[in-house]
Structures are given as C-alpha cells and as structure tokens.
Write a protein that binds this ligand. Sequence first.
Ligand SMILES: C[S@@+](CC[C@H](N)C(=O)[O-])C[C@H]1O[C@@H](n2cnc3c(N)ncnc32)[C@H](O)[C@@H]1O
Length: 231
Amino acid sequence: MSELPQENLKTHVSIKGEEKKDLTWEERIPLRKDYAERFNLSEEEAEALDYYLFYLGLDVNDLVGKKVLDVGSGHGNFKKALQKIVEIKDGEFVNFDVNIFAAELGETEQELDVSGAAETLPFKDESFDFVLANFSVPVMQFTGQELELIPKTLREMVRVVRGGGVIKIFPVGGEISTGSISYDNAYSQLLSIVMTELKKISLEKLLAEIKITKFSKEEGLYEVALQITKK
Ligand SMILES: C[S@@+](CC[C@H](N)C(=O)[O-])C[C@H]1O[C@@H](n2cnc3c(N)ncnc32)[C@H](O)[C@@H]1O
C-alpha cells in the first residue's frame, strides 16, 4: 500500500490525517431510507445527501447562509436534498457543471446554475465560502487522462474560495480494486499528482491546512478525501 504523501508539506502548511471505515452498501441503505422519509427526498437525492455528508465530511448546517460552489454537480441532487432540509436563499448554492446532460442526453433535470469547465471557473476571486467536488474533478479528468487539467482545476478552486474558506474533494485517488491492473495502478498516482500541485500552491503561502481523510475499504484498499483551508 502506498503511503499518503505528507512529509514535504509540513513546513508550509499544517496537515492533518484521519482514518475512517467506509460503510458498506448494505449499511448505507437504512441511512438513506431514513433521510428519504424524514425529508421527503427521492432515492437519488437521499443517495447524494449520504455521499456528500459522508465523504466530504459535511454537516448541512455548516452550509446555511454560506456561498457554496458544487463543482461537477451532475443532476444537482445534493442541492435538491439540501433545499428540502434547510433554507437556501437564491444564489447561495451554485450548481456548476459542463452542460453534458442537456446537450447529449436531452435531459432537463440537470438543474445547473452555471455551466462551464472546472479548469476555468467563471467566478470572481474569493467568491465562495465552500467549494465542493464529489466524484467529479479531478477524478474524472484523471480517468479521461486529461492530466494537465488537474493542476489548473486545483488552482481555480483555490482562487475562487475566500480566505478562511474550505475546499472539499472526494476522491483524490487511493488503492482500489476494479479488476483492471493498469487502472488500479494509475489511480494510486492521482493523489501524488494532486499533492504535487498542492505543494506548489502551499509554497505560495495560499493555504492554511490540508486535511487528508482515508476511507478504508476491505483488504488494505482505501480512497482519499481532501479538505483544504485557504489562508
Ligand atoms: C459522477 S458525476 C457526480 C455528480 C455529483 N457531484 C454527485 O456526486 O452526484 C461527475 C460530474 O462531474 C462533471 N465533470 C467532470 N469533469 C468536469 C469538468 N472538467 N468541469 C466541470 N464538470 C465536470 C461531469 O459532467 C459529471 O456531471
């Protein structure tokens, strides 16, 4: 198992690590049913709520009254769920994605607030309290082998979050088992690509803390979430 890369950043930014045991699919089912019943959520909304809260380490109350950017928001199910649980004012929570569903699939339910690419975010500097990316970037850029986009995306996220604001990303690599040796080996490199860029950004004294959460799966397998606090 590869070690989480921490040592080189210590002098520039505080790094905290934590380990969590991933819940199995079966363990999640009652949790999601409970969300769905309590808050009148669809299955998709309850699933998104579960993933965002668990992997990004969020509490819905943290987001109330805050400016939030959901990068790669997909169908926007997390926002839809949130709106049924707490009060979200217009413009506070921004669903952002490339416009693929509408363009290619003819779907109307994507519910985008702003469309575009994560590597060139169309927002002013320091305009969000939280920037979230759940199962979107950089992992999709990585699987598409658009590796040059990964550093750009990280820098864009740091640019648009305010000082003291927080970026939360899952996953940024780890050790997984998909049955494809080349894919699994490559996936373990994603974290080092991300940490190399974060090291450069931290040298520019833009970051206050990087928190690495390792979600353990069976037999030494794990995936990694990042929480980055801007200075
Ligand atoms: C697996 S979906 C996840 C959707 C949502 N975050 C969720 O967890 O339900 C990944 C999303 O990332 C978006 N995405 C991938 N690369 C992107 C990029 N470079 N810029 C913006 N969105 C991107 C895709 O269009 C897709 O909607």
